[in-house]
Design a protein around this ligand. Structure first.
Ligand SMILES: Nc1ncnc2c1ncn2[C@@H]1O[C@H](COP(=O)(O)OP(=O)(O)OP(=O)(O)O)[C@@H](O)[C@H]1O
Ligand SMILES: [Mg+2]
Length: 592
């Protein structure tokens, strides 16, 4: 191999300067001339010459600065220039670099090897070169080739080059990932672009929680004419969907909720009678579930029955039983006169709250069971529609939560996730096809502990469990949020991969800063200046942490940023559409 074939160019036009000082995972470089540093930007890559011409340490620029009279230099040329120059202040142009990898043009009988991390300390005075243009493309293809082709997931391109930024698709999902960035930075587009690649696989198994219905454009129901959909569309049924018996509607029957979830929905913990209400609720639900087993000749299941078992019961029957308690009487101490029963009057408010929930049309997906839901087999079909990968349907399932009332949204997402996680848990190890949950707008239902009330904590417990234990059962999370500082730290700290887009808020930057390894933490400084669709990616799925331009999806989510100025000159705000919006508001469902 001749030097011309080398990946890293050591030509003069790439030369930056020499190593002036070394720390454990950082190096300070003294630039050759003031002109050189003008061509450098934070997040550029450099190669530091190693012990042989074939060996380099690869670093990422963290700071470029002009320091005046910096202590890093030993009296520069003082002896030669004598007294007259002695007081002259000399400017030093320095570049601070975080060491992220080691590269060998030749290593033993192998060629072009890149390894993560610095395998030795750089030596003072060694030459440093900027990795740009062809060098950059060459190095990136070496890095990409480290990931076997069949598990390559292309995230985007490096800088202005055409070289692909490749992640290891296995590792990206194995230990959870976070996709963070301010509103409009390009998260939803990135999700769509990731899904497009995943959709090419035979048995993709991804469930996307879509809070605004913006991913409908990826499905048969909303795709642009002439384009091919990549996902199935499901929607948590709104009032109109129930009336029209929409086939994509999803119900979350009340009996799927466990005791804690149901009580989070119904119980007012500040009520004096809360303990009585909770105990009567538990008692009756258990009995109703037991009754179901008896009526359906399933008594062999009685031993395993708990209050949380997903066994159907009628919410009306529960109401009747609670009302009987609430109006109940018993014989007084004398054994003759009737006095108030033990729970008389104590459940009134609980019943009131339950009735209000049942009567609220927006909650129909909880209380109005779809046809056949009381059949014992229904639940397995329900799980199958989300977890089975079939040749005639897409493995990516978009679940639209846009019409779920916001106060119960965390509970509903939590119930569905807990149910699917449990099914995956109970599957035989060898039968488990891995499954990923994409949690868009995660700050809404995965809040930090101090910000969350009792209701949203219910979902949090489920997701924290998935974050901690999901790896063993092949369940992964992709946490997407515009407010990382509002997202559960437990969950974020379990994310081994990070795609950080533009982030302007200092608190959010702080959170991302903490997720980065020490050696790279100063990359946080580029977060506010990233362009739309540009990101810093790091983690075990990417060999070389770097700043990349993310790919645009072919199917764009309906999350377009509005052109205010242009629209104000061309887009009339029509009265008709306002009238129909008011009607939709009243009905709590979109008129289509
Ligand atoms: N990779 C990209 N390249 C170019 N433009 C992009 C890219 N990604 C996003 N955009 C632009 O940014 C706009 C907003 O992107 P997107 O909807 O993905 O933002 P977001 O981060 O999901 O915002 P929010 O947090 O509000 O949901 C898009 O409509 C598109 O115009
Ligand atoms: Mg979005």
């Amino acid at each position: 191999m001749t030097t011309e074939e080398y990946v890293v160019s050591t030509e003069d036009d790439c030369y930056i300067g020499r190593v002036a000082s070394v720390d454990t995972n950082r190096a300070l470089i003294l630039a050759e001339s003031p002109e050189v540093i003008q061509t450098l930007t934070v997040s550029d890559l450099v190669a530091i010459q190693g012990a042989t011409p074939q060996e380099f340490l690869v670093g990422i620029i963290e700071k470029v600065k002009r320091s005046i009279g910096s202590p890093i230099l030993i009296e520069p040329e003082a002896e030669e220039n004598d007294e007259e120059d002695f007081d002259v202040v000399i400017d030093h142009d320095v570049v601070q670099v975080a060491l992220i990898g080691t590269y060998w043009e030749v290593l033993g009988d192998k060629r072009q090897i890149f390894k993560r991390g610095a395998k030795y300390f750089p030596r003072v005075d060694k030459q440093v070169f900027l990795i740009k243009e062809e060098s950059l493309e060459n190095l990136m293809s070496v890095v990409a080739s480290d990931t076997p082709e069949d598990i390559q997931l292309v995230l985007g391109t490096y800088g202005n080059t055409q070289s692909k930024a490749v992640a290891n698709g296995d590792k990206l999902f194995q230990r959870h990932a976070a996709l963070l960035g301010s509103t409009g930075s390009g998260k939803s587009w990135t999700v769509a672009s990731l899904l497009e690649q995943a959709a090419k696989l035979e048995h993709t198994n991804i469930i996307l929680f879509d809070l605004h219905g913006e991913y409908k454009t990826l499905t048969r129901e909303g795709v642009e004419a002439g384009k091919d959909p990549i996902a199935e569309y499901y929607k948590i049924a709104g009032p109109a969907d129930i009336e029209n018996k929409n086939s994509s509607s999803v119900f979350v029957p009340h009996w799927l909720l466990n005791k804690d979830e149901m009580l989070a929905l119904l119980l007012d913990r500040s009520d004096n009678n809360a303990p009585n209400q909770s105990s009567r609720f538990t008692h009756h639900v258990r009995e109703l579930k037991q009754q179901y087993l008896v009526e359906n000749n399933l008594t062999e299941l009685t031993d395993g029955l708990t209050i949380d078992s997903p066994i159907p019961y009628s919410i009306r029957h529960l109401l009747d039983r609670l009302s009987t308690d609430d109006n109940g009487t018993k014989l007084g101490a004398n054994g003759k006169t009737e006095v108030k029963g033990d729970w008389n009057g104590k459940l009134t408010r609980f019943i009131g709250r339950l009735e209000t929930k049942i009567d609220d049309k927006r909650n129909s997906f909880l209380f109005e069971s779809p046809e056949g839901a009381n059949e014992y087999e229904w639940l397995a079909t329900y799980a199958n529609q989300f977890l089975e990968t079939k040749s005639d349907s897409f493995g990516i399932k978009v679940i639209d939560f846009s019409e779920v009332p916001s106060d119960i949204l965390p509970i509903v997402i939590g119930v569905l996730t807990r149910f699917l996680y449990n099914v995956q848990f109970w599957r035989a190890e060898e039968d488990r096809t891995p499954i990923a949950f994409v949690c868009d707008e995660a700050h809404i239902y995965l809040p930090t502990k101090d910000a969350s009330d009792a209701d949203s904590r219910i979902a949090l417990d489920t997701f924290e469990k998935v974050a901690k234990e999901g790896r063993k059962y092949g369940v992964s999370l992709l946490v997407v949020s515009q407010r990382p500082s509002d997202v559960s730290r437990t969950i974020l700290s379990q994310c081994n991969n990070l795609i950080a887009l533009r982030l302007s808020n200092p608190q959010d930057q702080q959170v991302v800063h903490k997720m980065m390894p020490d050696s790279l933490s100063s990359l946080t400084s580029v977060l506010p200046i990233l362009d739309t669709g540009e990101a810093v990616v790091l983690g075990d799925a990417v060999l070389l942490p770097s700043r990349i331009k993310l790919n645009k999806p072919n199917l764009e989510p309906a999350s377009a940023t509005k052109d205010f100025w242009r629209d104000w000159s061309s887009k009339e705000s029509k009265g008709d559409s306002i009238i129909s919006a008011v009607e939709s508001l009243r009905r709590q469902s979109r008129l289509r």
